[in-house]
Design a protein around this ligand. Structure first.
Ligand code: HEC
Length: 133
């Protein structure tokens, strides 16, 4: 019984410490660190993801405005209503596999939501949060 509990705790620890990654995100994490970011935090990414701010067109929005609340489901572009595939890598194997694509959309979407580009720190935190989904 006791051993069983210990094994369970060890298993849970292991499960929670295994962060998913792709070669593309490994490359980006290294790049963001070289640009001055100091380690990445999924909880911080989560908070920024849901934080509303005035975007480029003056409207209050967050990343969830287009990507939706449940990242394992499809999202919708707030203006065009175009379907956006699920952001969670567990639901969408294409996610976060292409450095150029990731950087292109960070640039665009950060401007949409924050009316500026994201910092290396912010991008790393977003990725850390998204990879766990
Ligand atoms: C105006 C709608 C909209 C908002 C708001 C938005 N996104 Fe996106 N995002 C998109 C679209 C459209 C795509 C590209 C289509 C796709 O990848 O399915 C995309 C793709 C991405 C990708 C690329 C994922 C990959 O597969 O490589 C990242 C990263 C991303 N968004 C991050 C963010 C972050 C961070 C925020 C908040 C700062 C945000 N998005 C807010 C519409 C939006």
């Amino acid at each position: 019984m006791k051993l069983h509990k210990i094994l369970m705790a060890a298993g849970m620890l292991l499960a929670s410490s295994v962060a998913l990654a792709t070669p593309a995100t490994d490359e980006l994490f290294a790049r963001y660190k070289a640009e001055g970011a100091a380690g990445f935090d999924a909880a911080r990414g989560d908070k920024s993801w849901h934080k509303e701010s005035r975007g480029e067109d003056g409207k209050l929005m967050s990343c969830a405005t287009c990507h939706g609340e449940d990242l394992s489901k499809e999202g919708h572009h707030h203006k065009t209503n175009k379907v956006i595939g699920p952001m969670a890598p567990s639901a969408n194997k294409e996610r976060f596999t292409d450095v150029k694509k990731i950087e292109k959309w960070f640039k665009r979407n950060c401007n949409d939501v924050l009316a500026r580009e994201c910092t290396a720190q912010e991008k790393g935190d977003y990725l850390k949060f998204l990879l766990g989904k």
